[in-house]
Ligand binder design. Structure first.
Ligand SMILES: [Fe+2]
Length: 261
């Protein structure tokens, strides 16, 4: 487990998750990012420009935690590591984009991904923050706004062992932003910028931490047509290309019943 400590931060912080190979969304968030920038991982996923996203992120001064996709590509694995059950729609769809990304990403990018930290910590306005991808017990753990509290408590125990006491956890991975209070700790999913949060609009989500410590979820508008073009020319037309515009995921397999439409 690799932990990167950023120490005391001041001013604004921009936190975004899941560029998901969507270079148009990445350019849009970088254009409006202020202060320190932190990414919760999954640079690579559904969209059509994995190589451009990695090249941009390697040039950019963003602190990145490894997502399951970076872990898997860094290890030359054959799938995205989400643990989707065999034969589910999520399993079939991930096979297409992972194979495409796997063919685009070169050896030096894989070494870079394999060296990304699993956890980033920092202090801001007398609060200690811990940034992860999905979970501390499993990088690809899906935790939702409606998940049982016991699941969060398992993660908090594991994080306490690794990082000591903290006030706020920020994560990504599952694709929908939310904030919950669990056992005296604030648990925040910063959302993802590369795919809409299954809410029927093309806007995506990210998180701002103001200089005074206030947290605000913001929506991101970007060049959706450009992202859709990249997906079509890559042959990634299994449904996520349509989801960019409709804002509705092609499968609800992964979602708890309470979050399905
Ligand atoms: Fe992920």
């Amino acid at each position: 487990m690799r932990i990167k400590e950023l120490g005391d931060l001041s001013g604004e912080i921009t936190v975004f998750g899941g560029p998901y190979s969507n270079v148009q969304a990445l350019e849009a968030v970088l254009a409006i990012a202020r202060g320190t920038s932190i990414c919760t991982g999954d640079l690579i996923a559904y969209c059509g420009a994995p190589d451009a996203v990695v090249a941009r992120m390697r040039r950019e001064n963003v602190h990145i935690v490894a997502g399951n996709c970076e872990k898997q590509l860094g290890a030359n694995a054959l799938d995205c590591g989400c643990g989707f059950e065999n034969g589910t729609v999520c399993d079939r769809l991930s096979a297409a984009w992972y194979a495409f990304a796997n063919a685009q990403i070169g050896p030096s990018d894989r070494v870079w991904m394999a060296e990304l930290p699993d956890i980033i910590t920092f202090r801001h306005q007398a609060q200690k923050y811990v940034v992860i991808h999905g979970g501390a017990t499993d990088v690809a753990r899906f935790l939702w706004s409606v998940s049982d509290e016991a699941n969060f408590l398992e993660e908090l125990d594991a994080l306490n062992m690794l990082c000591g006491d903290f006030d706020t956890v920020i994560c990504g991975h599952s694709g929908i932003a939310f904030e919950r209070e669990i056992g005296g700790v604030r648990w925040v999913n910063a959302g993802v910028i590369g795919m809409p949060p299954h809410d029927g609009t093309p806007l995506t989500e990210f998180l701002r931490i103001a200089a005074d410590g206030a947290l605000t979820f913001e929506t991101l508008a970007y060049d959706v047509e450009g992202a859709e073009r990249d997906m079509k020319s890559a042959g990634l037309t299994q449904g996520y290309d349509v989801a960019l515009k409709t804002g509705i995921w092609p499968s609800e397999d992964v979602l708890p019943k309470a979050l399905r439409r």
